[in-house]
Design a protein around this ligand. Structure first.
Ligand code: SF4
Ligand code: SF4
Ligand code: SF4
Length: 254
């Protein structure tokens, strides 16, 4: 039976830097523009050059995501399929997820009147229907592979065992408490701009320890503020919609 929990395996030795993954991601998510040098609200993945290698950047889809644990309203959630998904209807725009993520992945739509958080969603809508992610489907060399999490870990280990030119490390297997995106490479990860995790324990445990130092009144106040912010934001959305409707009615009359 096919494994329910999915993942990506990115083999840096096979990446030719063609950017097809970025183009496919933009098309699948209706994001504007050409490939971009850095992650942004319109680029959920990017291919950067480090030490002569092409390195994909994207959300790691952590097993115990710090972004989700920092979110007061549960807008970010690890799904049983693997992707860390985002529910914009719950988001209050506090941006704690952006601070909590060790990889600076979530971005904010600063230029929009009603902004939301943007990041790779591991093509959750495709994955739940049994399809691969758009980036894996588009990759011409198999450098990005989609599959069951355990199956991909086995494949990564098989390649490391059979070829001594690989660094004997599967990045993402233990980092951040384990993730759903794995990298293998023939150059040490610290030379390729990867985040060197301070500990292999899940980051939420560290953030919870820090939160434990915060007085309850601050946390309750935080939730209250979050609620007020949500109401204010939704009022603003309604006001904007009303203004747009009034303007269009006026245009129709003239
Ligand atoms: S990499 Fe960052 S945004 Fe992605 S799941 Fe982990 S903590 Fe969240
Ligand atoms: S998994 Fe989907 S959203 Fe993430 S980088 Fe690949 S195509 Fe983009
Ligand atoms: S599509 Fe594949 S080979 Fe091309 S840049 Fe992306 S990961 Fe590398």
């Amino acid at each position: 039976m096919a494994e329910n929990k999915k993942a990506l395996l990115i083999d840096i030795t096979k990446c030719i830097g063609c950017h097809s993954c970025e183009v496919a991601c933009k098309a699948a998510h209706e994001l504007p523009g050409d490939p971009e040098p850095n992650l942004s609200e319109t680029a959920f993945t990017t291919v950067q050059e480090h030490a002569g290698k092409n390195i994909r950047r994207l959300c790691m889809h952590c097993e115990e995501p710090a972004c989700a644990s920092a979110c007061l309203v549960g807008a970010l959630k690890k799904t049983s399929y693997g992707p860390v998904a985002y529910d914009k209807t719950k988001c209050i725009g506090c941006r704690y997820c952006m601070i909590a993520c060790p990889n600076s992945v979530p971005k904010y739509e600063w230029s929009k009147l009603v902004p939301y958080v943007k990041k790779c969603d591991m093509c959750v809508n495709r994955v739940v229907q049994g399809q691969p992610t758009a980036c894996a489907e588009a990759c011409p060399t198999g450098a990005t592979m989609f599959g069951g999490r355990d199956q991909l870990l086995r494949e990564a280990r098989r390649r490391l065992d059979n070829d001594s030119s690989y660094v004997q490390h599967i990045y993402g297997e233990r980092e951040f408490g384990g993730t759903s995106v794995f990298f293998i490479s023939d150059v040490p990860f610290e030379n390729l701009g990867f985040t060197v995790a301070p500990a292999e324990e899940p980051l939420p445990q560290l953030t919870q320890a820090a939160l434990g130092e915060v007085p309850t009144v601050v946390l309750v106040g935080g939730s209250l503020l979050a609620g007020l912010y949500w109401i204010t934001q939704r009022r603003r959305e309604v006001a904007l919609a009303e203004a747009a409707e009034k303007a269009s009615r006026k245009e129709e009359r003239n």
